[in-house]
Design a protein around this ligand. Structure first.
Ligand code: F6P
Length: 328
């Protein structure tokens, strides 16, 4: 990486708490090591349009504690086309951006992988998504904060569920992945989680009802991953089924929605983002190309884009057993 060129940094896809901490870490580590940094606005959209400006250490002051992303983000249609990527490459050359640090999820890192295959650009990815669904890293930036937010919400829902003797179906995000649902269910003491990865033949709802949850408890909380991750539908679908098939139960639905994405990042997300951001610049200095920087067993790891994107990250099946056993 030449020092007369800029390192470009952008956030892409859904925002996640801790992205700002990562922007700060990348910027400061780069400057500490004698590089110049440009912040690119609105993800790949801004890369194509040339919306960027140099970042100083002061520009990233007092952002470690803020949710969202100061660089803003977008899901860019244009960047999925060869014409869009050609424009992005032209802009990078014009703006003297020699390498790109992309903070985002699956779609964003897929974009970076294709871009780096087509053009002589160095891309380093940082896993930034509340879904925690990137293979090769134990955690993604934003996951821990979202998980804590969900648990806080479910604790509140529990109060009203208990008071009214009701079943609540609480829908959480995660797209195709059940990490948020499964772990928030364990952490909030929920009675069950319905997740996309549990593809046994058993109907997850019937298993839950069949266990006779109501015999010993006066209320129940079931956490459901949103649809289309759950192919049959989200919380509404399961609530409708219970109303139809078990009319004796008093059922309510709570869809947590985008509040799961906002808020101040947890300490864990700040630390993770700081470590990964610092490691992204170390990777560039080691001449690494087209990798995602992740964390595994508390060690920094470099994961080739291909692996991070093409492999499905498995959910630990022990977590399913833990929830089942603890929710009797
Ligand atoms: O990937 C992050 C995520 O929050 C998913 O959990 C969710 O399915 C999706 O983004 C929602 O996207 P949008 O904010 O574009 O509606």
């Amino acid at each position: 990486m030449k020092k007369d060129e800029y390192i470009g940094i952008l956030t892409s896809g859904g925002d996640a708490s801790g992205m700002n901490a990562a922007i700060r870490a990348v910027t400061r580590t780069a400057i500490f090591n004698g590089f110049k940094v440009k912040g690119i606005y609105r993800g790949y959209e801004g890369l194509i349009a040339g919306e960027s400006r140099e970042l100083t250490t002061e520009d990233v002051s007092s952002i470690i504690q803020r949710g969202g992303t100061i660089l803003q983000t977008a899901r860019s249609e244009a960047f999925t086309t060869p014409e869009g990527r050609r424009e992005a490459y032209d802009t990078m050359r014009k703006e003297k951006i020699g390498a790109l640090v992309v903070i985002g999820g699956d779609g964003s890192l897929t974009g970076a992988r294709i871009f780096a295959e087509e053009y002589p650009v160095t891309c380093i990815g940082l896993p930034g998504t509340i879904d925690n669904d990137l293979y090769g890293t134990d955690f993604t930036i934003g996951y821990d904060t979202a998980l804590n937010t969900i648990v806080e919400c479910v604790d509140k829902i529990r109060d009203t569920a208990t008071s009214h003797d009701r079943i609540f179906f609480v829908e959480v995000m995660g797209r195709d992945a059940g990490f948020l649902a499964q772990n928030s269910a364990i952490a909030s003491g929920a009675e069950a989680a319905i997740i996309p990865e549990d593809r046994t033949d058993a109907d997850q709802l019937e298993t839950f009802i069949g266990r006779g949850f109501r015999k010993t408890k006066n209320s129940s909380i079931v956490i459901v991953t949103e649809s289309p991750g759950n192919k049959n539908g989200g919380a509404m679908h399961y609530a409708d089924r219970v109303k139809r098939e078990y009319p004796g139960y008093d059922v309510r639905v709570s869809i947590l929605g985008h509040l799961q994405r906002g808020g101040a990042p947890s300490a864990n997300d700040r630390i993770l983002a700081s470590r990964l951001g610092e490691a992204a610049i170390q990777a560039l200095m080691e001449d690494q190309h087209n990798i995602m920087v992740g964390i595994h067993n508390n060690e920094i790891v470099y994961v080739p884009f291909d692996q991070a994107i093409k492999n499905d990250k498995p959910i630990d099946k022990n977590l399913i057993r833990v929830l089942n056993e603890l929710s009797i």
